[in-house]
Design a binder for this molecule. Structure first.
Ligand code: ADP
Ligand code: MG
Length: 198
């Protein structure tokens, strides 16, 4: 089976939508996790390369000097080298850091010395919070999924739903693997759309 072409649909979970047509966010997250399992970590890094090429070429990214990126977890579009490249190009690079069950904050990243292992076992910047939100011109927004209406499905904690209202001026570009994209994601009153999905 070729994992890049054999994609099961959400309906294959055999669940009946309970709300007149929309699958619940949790069942969609389960579906996306199942799709991810068809790839090895190296396979996902390889799949990341063409996506990062499009990001590097994106005019809104290229024009921006202060950018919010993210330091990828193993199941996300791989950004470690991209983050380093952005610093090397002279951009002011900010990364999100989870600080509680509901909040994330933003910290400046200037190089590997800024990173330390968090309590979650992931590498994250250890510096002071960055709060000059008005400076942020561009935000790369990771997601479990995005749909054709630019709705986002996150991991279920609402971190970006809470944070994105701080940066209304920033161009918000959603990023995920193509196999993560869905036709419809249910959106509630807190859910924030992105401006574009890469
Ligand atoms: P995600 O965006 O990570 O996929 P959800 O959209 O399911 O997660 O949101 C997770 C929880 O956080 C939901 O209960 C949602 O109502 C809540 N939430 C999101 N944004 C806010 C907010 N700005 N204020 C209060 N609760 C929020
Ligand atoms: Mg949400």
């Amino acid at each position: 089976m070729n994992p890049s072409t054999e994609q099961s649909s959400p309906q294959s979970l055999g669940e009946k939508p309970s709300d007149g047509g929309q699958l619940s966010k949790s069942s969609l997250r389960r579906e996306i996790r199942a799709r991810k399992k068809q790839f090895t970590p190296d396979g996902l890094i390889a799949l990341s390369q063409p996506i990062l090429k499009r990001l590097a070429a994106h005019p809104r990214y290229r024009q921006a000097t202060t950018v919010l990126l993210y330091h990828s977890l193993p199941d996300e579009v791989y950004t470690h080298d991209f983050v380093a490249q952005a610093v090397a190009e002279g951009k002011t690079v900010l990364l999100p850091v989870v600080v509680s069950d509901t909040e994330m904050e933003i910290r400046r990243y200037t190089g590997p010395d800024d990173l330390s292992i968090s309590s979650f076992g992931i590498l994250e910047p250890s510096g002071e919070p960055f709060t000059d939100f008005a400076q942020i011109e561009f935000a790369l927004v990771p997601g479990m999924s995005f749909d054709s209406h630019r709705n986002r499905l996150g991991r279920g904690k609402g971190y970006y739903d809470r944070f994105l209202p701080n940066i209304p001026q920033a161009y918000k570009l959603g990023i995920c693997f193509d196999f993560q994209k869905l036709d419809e994601i249910p959106a509630d009153k807190y859910d924030k759309k992105v401006d574009e999905v890469l």
